[in-house]
Design a protein around this ligand. Structure first.
Ligand SMILES: [Zn+2]
Length: 149
């Protein structure tokens, strides 16, 4: 797919189209043999000058979010909505939840904003530490986090 290369692209109409994005597995940048192509449906703005779709920051973001959702589904990972719901059920702020999981608050923000998918280990940890059974026997841990601030 050829995208607009104009210095000052001007959108004049929108088209629903499917673009193919090649994704390399994590930690394998530059190694092409395990790359996977994803067909991403987008509503693309078409440039008035060259009649090609504009690939700007908003398109980039839309494509990234779509691929993140695909990757998450393939691996059966928790969605941002599910992670937010789990955290709220515990009554924790993002910072408290990060401490609870021994994670960086930035990581939690990224998961919740759908900016990057979580991973299998983190998912397993969330499922275990946020299960009713675990919480019932470890009430003190959550209370401590809540009263620390
Ligand atoms: Zn153009």
């Amino acid at each position: 797919m050829e995208f607009c290369q104009c210095k000052k692209p001007r959108p004049y109409k929108f088209l629903d189209m499917e673009i193919t994005e090649r994704v390399l597995p994590r930690g394998r940048r530059g190694i092409n043999n395990k790359a996977k192509d994803y067909a991403v449906p987008i509503r693309a703005a078409i440039c008035e000058h060259c009649d090609r779709p504009i690939y700007g920051p908003s398109e980039k973001k839309e494509i990234k979010l779509h691929i993140n959702n695909q990757l998450r589904k393939e691996k059966g990972l928790l969605s941002p909505q599910e992670i937010i719901a789990i955290r709220k059920k515990l009554g924790l702020t993002v910072e408290q939840f990060a401490k609870y999981l021994k994670a960086n608050p930035k990581t939690i923000y990224a998961w919740e904003a759908n900016y990057c998918p979580s991973n299998l280990i983190a998912n397993e940890l969330i499922r275990i530490k946020c299960s009713d059974t675990y919480i019932q026997t470890n009430q003190g841990e959550i209370q401590q986090l809540k009263s620390a601030q």
